[in-house]
Design a protein around this ligand. Sequence first.
Ligand SMILES: Cc1ncc(COP(=O)(O)O)c(C=O)c1O
Length: 426
Amino acid sequence: MSPATSHSPVWHPFTQHALEPVMKRIVRTEGAYLVDAQGNRILDAISSWWVITHGHRHPAIMQAIRDSSEAYDQIIFAEYTHEPAEALAAGLIDIAPTGLAHVFYSDSGSTCVEVALKMALGFFHNSGAPRRRVVVMEHGYHGDTIGTMSTGERGAFNAAYEPLLFGVDRLPFPTPGHEQDTLGAFETFCATGQVAALLVEPLVLGAGGMKMYPATVLAELKRIAERHQSLLIADEVMTGWGRTGTMFACEQAGIVPDILCTSKGLTGGALPLAATLCTAAIFDAHLSTDRRRTFFHSSSYTANPIACAAALANLEVWKNEPVAERINALSAMQEERLAPFRNNRHFADARRTGTIVALDLDVPAGGYLAEIGPRLRAFFRKRNLLIRPLGNVIYLMPPYCVTAEELDCVYSAIEEAAALAAVGSL
Ligand SMILES: Cc1ncc(COP(=O)(O)O)c(C=O)c1O
């Protein structure tokens, strides 16, 4: 039995327990930090898997959780509604790209994408002209349920489940100079008349390696979809809530997706909640006196009132605090520190979109399972930095409260790690 499993029955996500050391126990979170049982303060440079936006335990969000728990626990959402869900839906419609009119709640990034896929197929089914194909982008990641794995990149992480996965059509990633290949492939798929929807992460493909592409490509994909009456589903689970510099990444392309998926930063990262926003046309296609046209989806914890109250408080934080200014300042601080890495011979690429930065360590064998990944992680761990490279891709996605000094520490650790890796001493 490995040390990691000897003391705990807990099976951790994306964790090879045979290789990992015993998990550190976190006893408190605070701003940009996790505090462990020994009192070490660990800088959370990836916002605890991209969920924490303003910082851990934002006071207004925590207060809303305390207050709402005086009135609510879970309420069956197929039978009743409640103020936090109603107010939040109105608030989301308000801040989302204009044209999204309805909000369907769920509880994770994966489930809000599953909901989106079902909405898209349901739309065509109920319209009497079913379409069966879903188009996605190479290197995409949309979650770990069967449906979302089907739409994500195939590899070691889903090879065992292959028999359960459905087929999708894949666009090549729009690398610089090859954007037309992506657009041409989409046009060809759409020309079959069978494409229900394009499901895509706008501007940044997260788990696929923080791959970034320009807003002009996204805008053109939307135009092609419109020409063929196919839907565009924007998976903003990671990109939403300011990460790319705007509230939603779609704004930078000037597009209104037919369906928008949001989770992670929806509650500022404090509680699990997700929402799938859609146009009136999609809702109306399910509106009928014929009960067979109902949108048949639910989960027990749909629209948990306490999570909705946390999300409402998050909306207030965005209204009352200079969040956009913080995001601009963080983006500028990131750019300043990233710039020298663009000429650093240890890195094959260094890029940024908004607050998100990614650096590809130049190694002979890259990819998600690159053997350098765990060594980098162990190096950062020793320095009390929470950074989890995606193979050889070191990325940073800090909460918006991170300071210039904290970023300095992070970048000098990255520089040191790269230098050590280059001489085989990491
Ligand atoms: C773009 C995107 N979609 C969906 C998901 C799945 O979210 P969850 O892990 O909450 O199911 C993620 C998670 O990282 C994501 O980055």
